[in-house]
Design a protein around this ligand. Sequence first.
Ligand code: SF4
Length: 390
Amino acid sequence: MTPDAPAGPPANPANPWNIRAVFVDQAVAGSAMARRVRQRLPEAAFQVVEDSGPSAPGHPSGCGPSGGPGPGGESGRVLRLSAHRGRFLRPCPGAKSYRCCGYRIVHIGEGCPMDCTYCILKAYLRTDDLRVFANTPDMFAELGDMFGRDRSRRFRVGTGEFADSLALESVTGHTAELLEFLRDLDNVVVELKTKTADLSWMAASPRPDRVLAAWSVNAPDIVAGQERGAPPLSARLAAAREAARAGFGVCLHFDPIVPHPGWEKGYAATVDMIASFLRPRDIVYISLGSLRFLPELPAGLAAMGRLPDYYLNEFVEDLDGKRRLVRPLRVRQLRHVAGLLQKCGLAGKLYLCMESDEVWRAVLGRAPHGPDGLARRLMELAFEKRRDGP
Ligand code: SF4
């Protein structure tokens, strides 16, 4: 068994992230979510406000080489329950020259209580506050219209873009509500992408073939040193095993793969650990993503005295304005991790996140068929009938 990071979160499971104040937009003060949050956080100060402030602009990407401000600290965190006025369903932003996975985002909120040094939300969101959209009837009206219009059209959606899908679930019950809404929609698979070990969403009794339980994983040194507040790998994989035993398909995301001293051994240890918790048939797909970040992120970390050494590697400007690792090291890392997973019988389940055909061929010896090839393949895997059970 691989050495693991000390446990991150829930000292107090009732208020896992030490939320001390909740600001509620007037427009959602009477919402079911506001009632739940009030019940679940009896010690937090509640205040109804006219408008709890604007949403973040642009398109980060939550639980990947992306999203989440600092820790709550001793004074605790602020949670804002807002009414989202824009569209809830969005395409995942993908640069044209890269193979895009065709995932669609259900926008449930912004901000993350965990604190990963590679997280893009640090650069996007200029606040540590956590925001959740409580106007779920508006969200369900939009989703119902889109998903119900043509039941022969399939959707693979997820909630982990501007946030971790499940970090606030124990407080908001947001995902449980979403799963109840989706229960009768045969044409939608939802991926819940997280670093937590939260399985409370299972209580909503979702159809196992319509939910993908997804975990971000990394090398032990990265988990221990760069993912502050996140549960250890063993806790994530134990949760993944439980989800698989309940019949849910499991997805794993090596994102970002970080160049650090001993990375070859580190990622090998993580793959060993995955193999000790999960069978190949439990796993629906695995993404591999290289380190990429907004140019302003390292300066922000340096100002806090928290700039990790891995930012001293050589990077190039990406097509979407981010910085990414130079190609030779990127390919070496991706190839190494892919090779380890291939040896575990997972060759057919691997894909690369935001890479060109050249990198695909260099790493996996193949590239997706046509512009939509990757999206189509992942859709097939997501909807595939699974032989489940222990
Ligand atoms: S878990 Fe880490 S990478 Fe994911 S959204 Fe939170 S802070 Fe960002």
